[in-house]
Write a protein that binds this ligand. Sequence first.
Ligand code: TYM
Length: 337
Amino acid sequence: MENQAPAKKKSVFSGIQPTGVFTLGNYLGAVKNWPQLQDDYRCTYCIVDMHAITVRQDPKQLRQRSLEAYALLLACGVDPQKSNVFIQSHVKTHAELAWVLNCNTSFGQLSRMTQFKDKSQKHPEDINAGLFDYPVLMAADILAYQADLVPVGIDQKQHLELARDIAQRFNTQYGNTFTIPEPYIPQATAKIMSLQEPTKKMSKSDTNVKSFISILDEKDTVIKKFRSAVTDSEACVRYAEGKDGINNLMTIYQAVAGKSFEEIEKDFEGKGYGDFKTAVGEAVADHLAPVRDKWKALMDDKDYLKQSYTDGAQRALAISQRTIDKVYKKVGFIPLG
Ligand code: TYM
């Protein structure tokens, strides 16, 4: 039909902490999906350095890691021409919106967040108010961009439900203000497990470096880590309950080699775990090699990175400022000028 306005693209938001090189878990659970959404959605992706300081950080290291994480996002295929890609502390609206949302979030609800409980157990010497309030800043990140969809791993589901609750409550109290975001959690890779303790999530803060793959690990290291992965004594490559280690390796292999579980089982019939672990290691290393090369080239071009995160921040500010203006008006603040 003529004269029909094109449908407005829906909006996507996600973020990642610059607390170390992304793991294979971060990559398969979240970041790998981000570039795939760029053509069909208006995407905004963010390095959340303000979330990172809820746990003590060395300032110099945080600066370095934030830049490295920004370059990693681009190396993974996030395109700053198609998406707004920026660093959270460059865009003041996140903190501004978080404050208003704080005043509309109950203490009881925040106390039930499992990540807060886990992290306060891990860092008993520093249970700061920011750590407790972390999910509200995350809600502000999402709601500031009126995101329809939030691509994350399963560990962020509870935080996302909170963001939805906060948005719904605010809309009821003050009138329609926020889009209610939906989680986008691809089931197959929603939770990649530790290679050493396959009942635990793979995490970059794990003290045992053999438990996770950093996406910048060299090929030899990747293969070595997979070869030392904890499995079981059955010596049969099949996906089944109780075979957490093998199930995890099959999940990873499926994601990087594009093979179904049936194909994998068939390919490795009668073969030992040694062969399988090496094959998974090689497939992962080959998959990640171009990311590493691209990352190194980007880190050699600091001017480009600076230009890119500056542009990204300016665009992000323009979008999120519209939400802040609306929110400030709704809660009764006098507009300036
Ligand atoms: P973070 O930095 O811990 O993790 C970034 C993304 O990686 C996913 N992830 C995993 N997925 C599968 N298997 C794993 N082992 C695994 N480990 C991590 C996470 O689910 C996440 O999607 N609070 C967030 C960052 C954040 C955010 C946001 C996310 C801040 N504001 C707004 C979405 C929207 C976090 O700490 O992610």
